[in-house]
Structure formats: structure tokens, C-alpha cells
Design a protein around this ligand. Structure first.
Ligand SMILES: Cc1cc2nc3c(=O)[nH]c(=O)nc-3n(C[C@H](O)[C@H](O)[C@H](O)COP(=O)(O)OP(=O)(O)OC[C@H]3O[C@@H](n4cnc5c(N)ncnc54)[C@H](O)[C@@H]3O)c2cc1C
Length: 372
């Protein structure tokens, strides 16, 4: 059978570009100012199938794999980075792990509403005292006659206040390190689960960032995702896929910043401005090549974890550098609160941190490259 995956990814790109231009770009300044995504945007994402792309068709997903997913996320991010990040988290670190590790019952209960966009998904690993070294999480679970009881706190959790289900990680004994960790599906409204606060951020306004409490949260046995004690593997596998998606979001911001820079250079064509546009072009296109390579490797079932790190490194660096340079090329107007380069720079600054910092990506990629 001929491989039409490129055409299919391109068709998704065209659809997402139209959605970004017609729906997201006009509301992006308002989302930035209010930190709220209008309901019509969420309804539009669901109706267009963007909340099911790359997920199994058997459970209502739209299939088409990682290349289609990165095309959608990149185009959405050009319109609004917060909406793209919300979509990336939903697809890659909430729905995809359920598709990979879930039982048929869990897929019916959670994956089907996720792929339809009836609910959003969130991913809760980070804790007040465990970020990069996730094996040190302290949220505890214990077995009880009815299933599991969970006690602890999570922080910096994207869109948990909007999510219908949170994929959360807890340990049965913190001294066991990664071997003690299990993954749980926590539906919205479960008694004992609360949002302690919404954290204000520099950028990505509209993608909310939350502190969560699990206070004697009781879950049935079927809330366990994957085998008990394999939660760390569930998390690392989700994050590897997630990094390809976050790299695509960063790439979209880099491209939006590059276009803003190019337009400013056209209006005032000093030589140094054209040179800045040229340099940024190379950064953005190099990042795009790595994002494409990581997505292609993932679709082909080849090892892609180091490529995901390389793509995230390149795209998050390109986003920050291009948005920053766009401010200089645009001149003093870019320093005004809410100007496009200013917003893009604030949005870009999150990408070197989320789903593993720059230093952690360098460790993953470096170990692979030197064969350790
Ligand atoms: C906007 C936003 C949204 C987020 N969304 C989510 C989410 O939905 N779910 C979730 O679980 N988490 C989320 N996070 C958390 C994010 O994954 C963590 O911030 C990230 O993993 C880093 O952890 P930390 O902040 O605790 O920093 P730390 O781990 O404390 O790191 C601090 C600094 O030390 C460096 N460092 C740490 N270890 C090493 C090392 N071994 N070698 C070299 N340098 C090192 C880091 O690179 C960093 O520069 C989000 C964060 C942000 C900012």
C-alpha cells in the first residue's frame, strides 16, 4: 500500500492553519490578557478533531500518528501557544498513555471522551519537592479494601482545573525510588481531590497551572493505569512522546516570531535586520527538521527518545531566541505590554522548562550520543 502519511499530515496542517488564523489569532490577545480560553475555542478544537489526532480510531481517535500531531500543534501554536500546549498535554501525556497502557474498560471510560473532546486530560507528576528527579515523588498511596487511598500534593499541573481526568503518580514507599511508583486515573470531582490554587505565570496565559491536593482520595482498583510499580515507566514513556509535541508547540511560536521579525524588517529594511531574519530562519528550519525527524521515527516505531530531546532542545531554543530577536528588530514598540513579540517571548520562555528542562534533555541526548 502506498504511504500517504505525508499527505495526511499535510491535510491536518492545512486544517489547523485555517483554525489558527480564523479562530485563534483573533482571540489570542484576549486570552493573554484574561488567562481564559473562550468555550468556543475548546468546542472548535473538539469539532475539528484536533483533540483526537494521533489517537486510536478504535476509541474515537483520528489516527494519523505523530507527524499529523506535530503539524496540528505547530499550526495551533502559531495562533496561540497556550491553546496548543493545552492540546499537546491532552493528547500526548494524558490520552496517549491511556491508549498505550489502559484496559478496555479504562479506554471506554476515559479515552473515548478524551478523543471526542468531551473532556480534557491532565498529567500530574511534579511535586513541591520533586521536579526533574521525578523518582523522588512523595505523594503516597496505600492499598485499602476498596482499592487505593492517596495522600499528597502536586504542583505546576497544566489545566488540571479544566480536566475531566488527571493521570497522577504516587509511590507506595518513597524509599523504593522509581520502583515504588504507580499511575492512577483520577476523575474530576472525586472526593479528596482539590485544586489548591491556580499559579500566575509569565506567559502561556490561558493554559492554567495548578497546585493539587489529594487528601485521603479513594480510588477503585480499576483506577490503576498499567501494572502496579510500573508508574515511572508510564510517566517516562508519556514524557518522551510529550516532548515531540512540546517541541512542535515551541516551533509554532518560533515561526510566529520569525514572521513578525520578517514583517518588521520589510517595513524598515536596514541590513542588520535582514541578517537577523536570515539567522533566525536557519534556527527555525533546523528545529523544524529535528521535530519532523523525531515524529517520523516515532511513527515508524524506531527509537525516538533522544531525537525527542534534540527536537525539544532545538525548538525551545529557537522560540526564545527568535522571539527575543524579533523584539529588537521591531524596535521600541515591541516592548509594549501585549505587543506580539513581547507575548511570544513570554510564551516561549516556558518551553525550555516544561516536560523536562534543557539540562535534562542534554543529559538524555548526551548519554545516548556517548553510548552510556
Ligand atoms: C508552565 C509549566 C507547566 C507545567 N506543567 C506540568 C504538568 O502538566 N505536569 C507536571 O507533572 N509537571 C508540569 N510542570 C513541571 C515541569 O515539568 C518542571 O518544572 C520541570 O520538570 C523541572 O522541575 P523543577 O521545576 O522542579 O526544577 P528542578 O528539577 O528543581 O530544576 C531546577 C534547575 O536545575 C536543573 N537540574 C535539575 N537536575 C539537574 C541535573 N541532574 N543536571 C543538571 N541540571 C539539573 C534544571 O534543569 C533546572 O534548571 C510544568 C512546569 C511549568 C513551568
Amino acid at each position: 500500500m502506498p504511504d500517504d502519511s505525508e499527505d495526511r499530515a499535510e491535510a491536518w496542517r492545512v486544517r489547523a492553519r485555517r483554525f489558527a488564523e480564523e479562530v485563534l489569532t483573533p482571540v489570542a490577545p484576549g486570552i493573554d490578557a484574561t488567562d481564559v480560553v473562550p468555550p468556543k475555542v475548546l468546542e472548535g478544537l473538539a469539532a475539528a478533531g484536533f483533540l483526537g489526532v494521533g489517537l486510536p480510531e478504535e476509541y474515537g481517535g483520528r489516527g494519523d500518528g505523530a507527524r499529523a500531531t506535530v503539524a496540528v500543534l505547530e499550526e495551533l501554536a502559531k495562533g496561540n501557544a497556550a491553546v496548543a500546549t493545552m492540546t499537546a498535554v491532552h493528547l500526548s501525556v494524558a490520552a496517549a498513555p491511556i491508549a498505550r497502557w489502559g484496559t478496555p474498560g479504562q479506554k471506554e471510560a476515559f479515552l473515548r471522551p478524551l478523543t471526542a473532546g468531551r473532556i480534557l486530560g491532565a498529567f500530574a507528576l511534579t511535586e513541591p519537592s520533586a521536579g526533574s528527579d521525578a523518582a523522588r515523588i512523595a505523594t503516597r498511596y496505600e492499598r485499602v479494601p476498596t482499592g487505593f487511598r492517596i495522600q499528597g500534593a502536586k504542583t505546576f499541573i497544566t489545566d488540571a482545573d479544566l480536566a475531566g481526568v488527571v493521570l497522577a503518580f504516587a509511590t507506595r514507599d518513597a524509599t523504593l525510588g522509581h520502583r515504588g511508583i504507580s499511575a492512577f486515573l483520577v476523575p474530576r470531582g472525586t472526593p479528596g481531590f482539590s485544586i489548591a490554587q491556580k499559579l500566575p505565570k509569565l506567559g502561556l496565559h490561558g493554559s492554567t497551572t495548578n497546585e493539587l491536593r489529594f487528601d485521603g482520595l479513594e480510588l477503585p482498583p480499576e483506577a490503576l493505569l498499567g501494572p502496579e510499580g510500573e508508574g515511572f515507566r508510564v510517566a517516562m514513556d508519556a514524557l518522551a512522546g510529550g516532548r515531540v509535541g512540546i517541541a512542535a508547540c515551541a516551533l509554532g511560536v518560533a515561526r510566529a516570531a520569525w514572521e513578525a521579525m520578517r514583517d518588521a524588517a520589510r517595513r524598515a529594511p536596514e541590513d542588520w535586520k535582514s541578517a537577523a531574519v536570515a539567522r533566525a530562519f536557519v534556527d527555525v528550519e533546523s528545529a523544524a527538521a529535528l521535530v519532523e525527524r523525531a515524529a517520523r521515527a516515532k511513527d515508524l516505531g524506531r527509537p525516538y527518545v533522544p531525537l525527542a530531546s534534540a527536537a525539544k532542545l532545538a525548538a525551545s531554543r529557537a522560540a526564545v531566541a527568535t522571539a527575543s530577536r524579533a523584539m529588537e528588530v521591531e524596535g521600541r514598540g515591541a516592548g509594549t505590554r501585549g505587543s506580539l513579540p513581547e507575548r511570544l517571548l513570554r510564551d516561549a520562555r516556558v518551553f525550555p522548562i516544561v516536560e523536562g528542562t534543557t539540562e535534562i534533555q542534554e543529559l538524555i541526548l548526551g548519554r545516548e550520543l556517548v553510548g552510556r
